[in-house]
Structures are given as structure tokens and as C-alpha cells.
Design a protein around this ligand. Structure first.
Ligand SMILES: C[S@@+](CC[C@H](N)C(=O)[O-])C[C@H]1O[C@@H](n2cnc3c(N)ncnc32)[C@H](O)[C@@H]1O
Length: 456
């Protein structure tokens, strides 16, 4: 495939991931060759975007067909998108899908701009190059010049360089909106678009600010989480790690904004984002607080305030969308984290899990989710939870459109069947570009994991 290479990781992290995907249980089940092949496909597909953009529609405000029509009109009129296909998801009633065009045959130019790996990943999702993301550009680059944009995978390019021969990947062509001197020699803080992408490797519809109260950009597995939690009008729900509030808002919408959704996050300015998103989507049942959820449960007599900490058994349902190593995110061309950083999440997730179980009422539902692919943060956490909390049992999930849980953590086949792991590597096939969008969507997602528990 033209353009992007495999997901670039520190060698120790690649080896760690390989040991997960080639674990003993997996090798016994599928054999060495198939396990290795799946692992290689995983590394490749993580560096490419899914073949569609997923938006969650505000069906608590307006019927889906009307949102689909409005979105169509809006993209055609204000964004001047000539033809746009918008398809409702066949099983999820509040999801619209828009195909991404790519990888497109784009010819490389002689003038090169180099950006950081994070910026490069954003370009694959349809962004333009913001000036602070530019690391190198031609010596005499001026406004209006046509340039090819490359992503520096290993962070080796020197800021201000005029060229770069290291490990880089082509992400498309654009037009400079700033001179080189403005980018590298200005005293003022750099702002704004430095290169406008006119011929990106992947073309997705420009979404920023489109129908803000009616459509919300969200990965398909993240939308599935809200449905699996199954919130009902009038209930009291806790979202323990909520910012920026995508799932919080979905939960409130599924409850028709009746009841209470308590959203906690440890980072203050991120909590503000939850409030902004709730306001934009006209949701009043959300109460957001800045708080460390590890300490969100207290045996002290209840305070008069409505915020945390809360007495045990305060909530009908709890969502623990845990902070995680994020290795399922797509497209992601490079991750510079050390193995120590990747492995640091399991203990934190367990502390959060303890609080989650205590805060949940008996008969209540706990959903645990991550956007990563490791066993340590997914199936191993489930095995640990089932042995640590005898009151918990695994529950079937609806909808269940992803794969089963992965072998390797000692869970039974029956238990694995109750888990939902989105595994893009299982259906990744670079030759099958003609398969209709609707047959591809459920397999072509970010890497994601969902477990649903009942507290007995
Ligand atoms: C995976 S993100 C959540 C995404 C969010 N659920 C959504 O759908 O928009 C994890 C969040 O957990 C927050 N976080 C990390 N540790 C936390 C803690 N101890 N207590 C509360 N929030 C925490 C992070 O700030 C981050 O916003």
C-alpha cells in the first residue's frame, strides 16, 4: 500500500506486544504462523485510519433520517464536498458512517515539509498542518508553494532543518500558508495553519464545527460502550474517567436526559470540556466534577454537597472507561513510550476498579473499557476482577459486533465469548478495497475492549 509504514514503536515495546500476540494459549490454538501474521497485520493496520468516519447522531433531539439529510446538505453547501455518502449503521440506531477515501494515488513533490508523528497521524484523519507541528521545510519556502508532507516517525529530525533523510512517511501534498521565516524565526507564539492539505493520502469529510448539536465524532467501539452499559431514564450513573465526555453525553442521551449522570475526571481543564460538550448537545442531566476517582468512595456520613466522594452503593450503573496505554488508537504512526510507561496502567486501573465495585449498587451494571490491545489491561483485568470480587459475574453484551476476548489470560472460552474485543487485524486485508463499506465497518475499527459485569 502506498504511503504509510507499520506502527513504529520502541523495540522493547514491539517485543512485548509480540509476546502477547504469540502467547502460549494463542500458539496452541492458531499456530505460530497465523499468530505472527495477525501481529504483523496489527502493526500495519494501526498506522492506517479505518475506512470510514463514524459520527454519533443526537437522536434524543432529532430523528436519525433528518440528521442524515441535514448532514448531507451541510457538507455539500458549506464544505463544498461534491459527493458525500452517509450510511446509517445497520445495527446501531444512532450511528452514521461516512467513507474515507484512501490511500489515494498521490504523487510526491520535490519540496518536503516534515512534521512530528502526532501531527502526521492527525493529517491521516483529515487535518491540516498547524504551524507548530512543522519541524523542517525547504530553505526558501514561501506562501503558495506546493509541498509534500512527511511524518518523522522516530522524532529524529532537527527543528529548523531544511531536509531530513531519516525514517519518514509520506502523508500527502499541501500548499504553504506561511513563509519559512515566519515558522522558524518569529518571536511571537506560532498559531494557525502552516500547510493546507489539498491532496492528502486519506481524504475524509471536513468535520470541524459541522452541526455541533446533532453530530458528535466518535469511534464506533466507543458508541458501542454506551449501548452495552444500557442506561435507563431516571437512573443514577457514574462515569469515572469521563473527559472529554463523549461517552458521558451518549449515556445522558440514551436516558433521554432524565436521571443523573455524574462525570468525574482528574484533570480540571478536561472537566470543562465535558461541560462544554454537554451544553452543545443540550444535555442537562450531566454533573461534572474534577476528582480523582480512586478516592471517589467514602464510608464517612454523606456530605450535603452533591459531588464526590459518594457513599458505597450510590449508583445504578458505573462506567470505567479506564486510562490506558492507548495502543489501539488508529491511525497512529509512532509511539515513543517506554515499556515501563506502557505497563504502568494496570495498577491504576485496578485501584479505579476497586472504587467502581464499591460505588455500584447490588444488581447494578459495571462496564470496563479501554482503547488498547494488551492482555494486561484487558482480559487479565477481567480474570483478576472475577477472582478478587466474588460478587461480580460477566454479562452478555448488546450489541456484540466486535470479536471475542483474546486467548492468553487463562479465561474459559465461555468467558471469552462474553467479552468484546475489537480486533482490526483479523479482517485487515489490503487487497480487498472493493468490499462495500457496510460489510467492512464492524471489523475495521480502532483496537478496543469492553467487559460488562453484574454485581450480585
Ligand atoms: C480514556 S480517557 C476517557 C475518555 C472518555 N471516557 C470519553 O469517552 O470521552 C481516560 C480519562 O481518564 C482520566 N483519568 C486518569 N486517571 C484518573 C483518575 N484517577 N480519576 C479520574 N480520572 C482519571 C484522564 O484524564 C482521561 O481524561
Amino acid at each position: 500500500m502506498a504511503g504509510t509504514a507499520d506502527f513504529s514503536l520502541k523495540p522493547e515495546v514491539t517485543e512485548y506486544l509480540r509476546s502477547i500476540f504469540l502467547n502460549k494459549e494463542m500458539l496452541a490454538a492458531v499456530g505460530h504462523q497465523e499468530a505472527e501474521c495477525r501481529f504483523q497485520k496489527l502493526l500495519t493496520c494501526l498506522s492506517h485510519p479505518p475506512s470510514y468516519t463514524c459520527v454519533r447522531a443526537s437522536t434524543h433531539l432529532v430523528p436519525l433520517e433528518e440528521i442524515q439529510r441535514k448532514l448531507h446538505e451541510e457538507l455539500k453547501q458549506t464544505r463544498e464536498v461534491a459527493s458525500v455518502q452517509i450510511v446509517p449503521h445497520p445495527r446501531i440506531a444512532d450511528v452514521l458512517l461516512l467513507p474515507v477515501d484512501g490511500p489515494r494515488p498521490v504523487e510526491q513533490l520535490s519540496s518536503e515539509v516534515v512534521v512530528g508523528a502526532q501531527c502526521g497521524s492527525a493529517l491521516l484523519r483529515g487535518a491540516h498542518v498547524f504551524a507548530p507541528g512543522i519541524i523542517a521545510c525547504p530553505k526558501y519556502m514561501k506562501v503558495g508553494d506546493k509541498v509534500s508532507v512527511f511524518s518523522d516517525l522516530e522524532g529524529r529530525c532537527t527543528r529548523g532543518a531544511t531536509s531530513f533523510q531519516g525514517n519518514k512517511v509520506f502523508v500527502g501534498n499541501g500548499v504553504a500558508e506561511m513563509n519559512r521565516s515566519h515558522i522558524f524565526c518569529s518571536d511571537k507564539p506560532l498559531r494557525g495553519v502552516g500547510v493546507r492539505m489539498v491532496d492528502p493520502l486519506y481524504q475524509s469529510p471536513p468535520f470541524d464545527g459541522v452541526l455541533p448539536s446533532l453530530v458528535f465524532l466518535q469511534n464506533l467501539p466507543s458508541v458501542v460502550v454506551g449501548h452495552v452499559l444500557g442506561p435507563q431514564p431516571g437512573e443514577r450513573i457514574l462515569d469515572m474517567c469521563a473527559a472529554p465526555g463523549g461517552k458521558t453525553c451518549h449515556i445522558a442521551a440514551l436516558m433521554r436526559d432524565q436521571g443523573e449522570v455524574v462525570a468525574l475526571d482528574r484533570i480540571r481543564n478536561k472537566v470543562e470540556r465535558i461541560r462544554q460538550n454537554a451544553q452543545t448537545l443540550h444535555l442537562q442531566s450531566i454533573k461534572a466534577f474534577c476528582f480523582n476517582s480512586v478516592d471517589a468512595v467514602s464510608d464517612d456520613p454523606p456530605q450535603q454537597t452533591e459531588g464526590p466522594p459518594f457513599p458505597p452503593e450510590s449508583f445504578d450503573r458505573v462506567l470505567l472507561d479506564a486510562p490506558c496505554s492507548g495502543l489501539g488508537q488508529r491511525p497512529n504512526m509512532a509511539c515513543s513510550w517506554s515499556l515501563k510507561e506502557i505497563r504502568s496502567y494496570q495498577p491504576l486501573q485496578r485501584k479505579l476498579f476497586h472504587a467502581a465495585v464499591r460505588l455500584l449498587k447490588r444488581g447494578g451494571v459495571l462496564v470496563y473499557s479501554t482503547c488498547t490491545v494488551t492482555l494486561a489491561e484487558n482480559e487479565e483485568q477481567v480474570a483478576w476482577a472475577l477472582s478478587t470480587f466474588p460478587c461480580l459475574t460477566l454479562e452478555p453484551q448488546e450489541p456484540h459486533i466486535g470479536a471475542e476476548g483474546m486467548l492468553g489470560a487463562g479465561l474459559s472460552l465461555e468467558q471469552l465469548r462474553l467479552l468484546q474485543r475489537f480486533r482490526p487485524e483479523l479482517s485487515w486485508d489490503q487487497t480487498e478495497t472493493k468490499v462495500p463499506l457496510i460489510s467492512r465497518v464492524d471489523g475495521d475499527t480502532i483496537g478496543f475492549f469492553i467487559a460488562k459485569f453484574l454485581k450480585n
